[in-house]
Design a protein. Structure first.
Length: 192
């Protein structure tokens, strides 16, 4: 067994990755749990409060992808998915937690892929296009699984939710741009 594949070396690498990713993972979990709770409260016939909070997950993913790459972004997505679904079961009905988890992971993987293909373009294109496309998939999967077959007018809610997610994708470009120069802090120094 080489020094790089020893159990201690592997444990050290895993711990280093976890330390580097704790902030985006914590942010991801917070936003998903908050959104799963907020989606239960309609503002009107076509919009819930969750539509305003949930798009922040794309901001977290895109900043992680920009700072640390797609592998780290996928790790954040999986960690956020696992913890958020478990925590969501405490604040939302099981159907919403399952719908949220399914929509979340599908949309996150799509956002990461689109962002990565466009990452060399202008600073705003990758996060905007990735968020817009991923929002469509997220909305379709979430609202179908969460509300199809119920008395909710889920198609109207989905349309309002998607429009709000697109608006939020535009608005979240401002914090994305503001945080770009600070992403260097996410890079942990590598041990020799």
């Amino acid at each position: 067994m080489s020094e790089k594949t020893s159990p201690n070396a592997i444990a050290t690498r895993v711990a280093r990755h976890a330390l580097r990713l704790w902030q985006p993972i914590a942010a991801m979990v917070f936003v998903v749990v908050l959104s799963n709770w907020a989606v239960q409260f309609p503002i009107n016939d076509w919009l819930t409060w969750g539509a305003f909070t949930y798009p922040v997950v794309f901001l977290v993913t895109d900043l992680t992808n920009r700072a640390l790459g797609p592998v780290a972004a996928r790790r954040v997505a999986w960690a956020g998915f696992a913890v958020a679904v478990a925590a969501s079961l405490l604040v939302a009905p099981w159907r919403i937690a399952v719908a949220s988890g399914s929509a979340f992971i599908a949309a996150q993987w799509l956002d990461i892929g689109v962002f990565n293909r466009l990452r060399e373009m202008s600073w705003w294109q990758a996060p905007l296009v990735g968020s817009l496309i991923a929002s469509v998939i997220d909305t379709l999967i979430f609202f179908f699984l969460a509300f199809a077959g119920t008395e909710s007018n889920w198609l109207a809610l989905a349309a309002g939710d998607l429009g709000t997610k697109w608006l939020m994708a535009l608005l979240l470009l401002a914090p994305y741009r503001a945080l770009l120069p600070r992403l260097v802090a996410w890079h942990a120094p590598r041990a020799a």
